[in-house]
Design a protein around this ligand. Sequence first.
Ligand code: ADP
Length: 485
Amino acid sequence: MTFLDYAPALESTSILNLKPSYGLFIGGEFVDGSGSAFATISPATEATITQVASATEGDVDRAVRSARTAYDKTWSKMSGSERGKYLFRIARLIQERSRELAVAETLDNGKPIRETRDVDIPLVAAWFFYYAGWADKLEYAGLGPKPRSLGVAAQIIPWNFPLLMLAWKIAPALAAGNTVVLKPAETTPLTALLFAEICQQAQLPPGVVNIITGAGATGAALVAHPGINKVAFTGSTPVGRTIAQTLAGTETKVTLELGGKGANIIFEDAAIDQAIEGIVSGIFFNQGHVCCAGSRLLVQENIHDDVVARLQKRLSTLRMGDPLDKNTDIGAVNSRAQLERITEITDSGEVEGATRWTSSCAIPEKGFWFAPTVFTDVHTSHRIARDEIFGPVLSVLTFRTPEEAIAKANNTPYGLSAGIWTEKASRMLAVADKLRAGVIWANTFNKFDPASPFGGYQESGYGREGGRHGLAGYLMPSDWKAGAK
Ligand code: ADP
């Protein structure tokens, strides 16, 4: 170690008090699952963290019935202000247990502790606080006086922001008066199970929140269950499509938050050093496992060489390694399967003629790792410019005029996010107006707030989460026929 190196600054895991195995959380208690249990592992070391249950169709049925009973007997009859008190209590418990939750999330997901501690968990608490405040103000949700809850919501979430996606789903559903059955992703169930303990601590009435673990088959059984009124899904576009097909022609409401291939557009008049930081947080935050990542960099041709040189210099300073180390910038890829997917699409970039640059950081021996990678000489027809890679890989394209930037940014089957970097506010607004993306950041990227709606166009899905719009997705006007089940 030279005097310029960072000494390790490991966050301790002693704050965790994990059980050797976890059951399903149904009716307010942990019960055995009927499927065969499976291990959740640390992607940074491949060591087993704990065993979790796998829910079968019968278990899914038990969970949905429990949510229905809680809906009919308790939650739908409770006043909004009472529901709000439970949500405030949950939010405070999340804050109290924030360090523990950050460590658990980092261990199970592989993302750096700096991110779970400073981004994920504070946002989780913020989401519950925000929707707790809505619980007694539903008449302002935009659906007229006395809007009604839908009933039982089935919620399926991915592995990239496990607890944050849980908060995005559960907080508005409960505030609106629904009960839920939530299935976390099979590689990251840990914080959802700790959240189940928080529900017990908050003395949430049994059955209002049910958490069932398992793989895709468990999710499919949940979506197909006739007793649900709403499906909220965040995940890949192919699974979203299957869910839409399953529910076509039924009265079940659906919101889908799917993939993306966001364009981060840098104009020649942008503050370049700031833009470099925005490019880094746009695609290298959370190892690029972000559906709204700025995975395509569109840079004005005359500043291309300068931007790429500064970007490579900046990327060379990022430290990849133990996610529990507070100095770590880039953690582990979440699973072997995801690492294989990233590797396969990235290899196609070279085959198709793009130029690859990879940061020369040391790669740990165990676990799943992918060093920050940048492709230049990318054409819009290349797979790396079209497919969602969901990893720390940036594809750089150029443009000469704002019209060309807009055309290239919109040349995607997705439409989730975009970024614009310019010092000229008039250009910012004119370009934003023509981009087909649900979220557009200006001179920043990957910033989230519970009051701000989030969602996509085209193959990025439909419906919005966050803000008043996210709440409205769990409500119906008072004169609608209730979907009795
Ligand atoms: P990824 O490909 O990034 O793992 P997925 O869309 O496969 O993303 O997974 C997102 C969530 O959807 C996970 O919780 C997963 O278990 C679940 N899932 C996978 N297949 C299905 C399915 N056919 N029906 C419902 N949920 C599914």
